[in-house]
Design a protein around this ligand. Structure first.
Ligand code: SF4
Ligand code: SF4
Length: 402
């Protein structure tokens, strides 16, 4: 019964941290050559990793890092899942005495917080960024331990995930507004019970229709949905229950407002979305990421860590370059991990700027992570050839020297 209650809470209350004990988990009967994986200590994630590996019959060691009970992506962005976090869990679990190898598989979405080079140098382990989604772990491990297929590096957002996200969003915004609506109902009877289902419907609809709603950022998409929903409301009222012009106006305005609110919170729910706060508050209208060609050593790591496929290899110049800037969500993973600081950007070092964190951290403050400073340096630098570790980043080494 407790597990069932916990599942329901974890499913609908993802906004809130739910820590599980950090430490070492044995999956199956791991031996001295079994893979070593790292994850956060958000209970739902840990259980999903274990379930997936057990389903695929994979014996492994799982290091559950202390990330304050927050999921991988958010913990990385907030500075709670870093190279130091991983090093601490390696040292405190004694995993070094249990295996003969030093390969460490990290979730790809932790790259916005974990610096590959710092971890490698300071831990003596060989980190690898694995797939973006837990479900692909089996395929990744079955192939080998150091190569991530391009399709496994990209974040996807299928209809099932969008439905789950929409219901989550509905639950959380309803929870957030329940008390103010109840109080307001003293002056506007029935407001709360009419509004809460509306919030739920708007949340699910915004999530399911997100790829088709016009707008670049969450609020714009929310307003698009609000216009659609208001128009539907006017038609329904005209056909089924005629309302006076002022009541009709008040309800359409209310629907627009609620839809904008739902849209505002949307970027918190998938690594696919741009972070509104940078655009709305910091005045950065267009996220800029550029590679300074003279600095690029074609190590491949930016492409490995980017969850949305912004980078591509240019065979003519033998360098990586930005090929899909529109997809960039300003997560900072490439900047954090580029060994030569070749990536110029125009957003701040703090990369955790989704609306939820923005509210939690305090209005006016964007980002809480003390990560790499953004670079504006553009002069060529000499790059040691040894910076490329022949596939250390997760590639097969074939980029080296191209
Ligand atoms: S991480 Fe930096 S050096 Fe490596 S390929 Fe990307 S831009 Fe080039
Ligand atoms: S290009 Fe943008 S989305 Fe991709 S890793 Fe860099 S900051 Fe993140």
């Amino acid at each position: 019964m407790w597990d069932l209650l916990k599942d329901v809470w974890l499913l609908f209350g993802r906004l809130f941290p739910f820590p599980t004990r950090p430490g070492l988990r044995r999956i199956g009967n791991p031996d001295r050559s079994s893979p070593v994986l790292v994850t956060c200590n958000f209970e739902l994630t840990v259980r999903e990793v274990i379930k997936t590996l057990e389903r695929d019959g994979i014996a492994a060691w799982l290091l559950v890092a202390p990330t304050k009970g927050v999921n991988v992506w958010c913990a990385g962005g907030a500075g709670d899942f870093t190279a130091d976090t991983v090093i601490s869990i390696i040292k405190t679990t004694g995993i070094e005495s249990l295996v003969d190898h030093r390969w460490l598989i990290l979730p790809q979405l932790s790259a916005n917080g974990v610096n590959f080079w710092t971890l490698k140098e300071r831990s003596g382990w060989n980190p690898r960024f694995g797939p973006a989604h837990i479900k692909d772990l089996g395929a990744y491990l079955a192939r080998n331990r150091w190569r991530t297929d391009p399709e496994h590096r990209r974040v996807t957002f299928g209809i099932k995930d969008r439905f789950v996200m929409g219901t989550n969003l509905g639950f959380n915004v309803s929870l957030l507004l329940a008390l103010p609506l109840l109080i307001a109902s003293a002056w506007m009877p029935g407001l709360w019970w009419k509004t809460l289902p509306l919030l739920f419907v708007l949340s699910v609809a915004s999530s399911l229709l997100v790829f088709w709603l016009p707008g670049k950022i969450g609020v714009q998409k929310g307003l698009s949905l609000g216009l659609l929903a208001s128009a539907a409301f006017v038609v329904a009222s005209w056909i089924a229950w005629p309302l006076g012009p002022w009541t009709l106006l008040a309800w359409t305005g209310w629907i627009l407002l609620l839809a904008a609110f739902v849209g505002y919170d949307m970027p918190s729910w998938s690594p696919l979305w741009r972070q509104d706060m940078k655009e709305l508050v910091a005045g950065i209208k267009t996220t800029r990421v550029e590679i300074v060609p003279e600095k690029c050593i074609a190590c491949h790591l930016c492409d490995v860590v980017c969850p949305v496929g912004v980078f591509g290899f240019n065979a003519a110049t033998k360098k990586y370059e930005v090929q899909n800037l529109d997809a960039c969500v300003a997560c900072g993973a490439c900047i954090e991990n580029c060994p030569t600081d070749a990536i110029v950007n125009n957003f701040r070092e703090g990369v955790c700027s989704c609306p939820t964190c923005y509210i939690i951290e305090g209005v006016g403050k964007i980002g809480g992570r003390k990560g790499k400073q953004p670079t504006t340096e553009t002069s060529p630098v000499a790059v040691a050839a040894s910076a490329c570790d022949a596939g250390a980043c997760g590639c097969d080494g074939s980029s080296q020297g191209r």
